[in-house]
Design a protein around this ligand. Sequence first.
Ligand SMILES: [Zn+2]
Length: 87
Amino acid sequence: MAERRKFKKRYCRYCEQKVEFIDYKDLSMLKFSLSERFKIMPRRLTGNCKKHQEMVSKAIKRARQTALIPYIVDRKNVVENPFDIIK
Ligand SMILES: [Zn+2]
């Protein structure tokens, strides 16, 4: 599984950077918890702590509503790094 390899070390990336609040406009923060098809990564893969996983999932849902992140990705649109499109 390609997705799994990215998250080999299990620690909370947000705790490491001492993030207190995750802004939905800050996509560089959210991308740690998004899969290549813009799905929210489960905590068992990312190693996020519960507090930050809840924050991140809320932020991602808000970002979807404001069209910063797509809800669904077509098979045609799947690329190696989806964040190249955003920038
Ligand atoms: Zn954390």
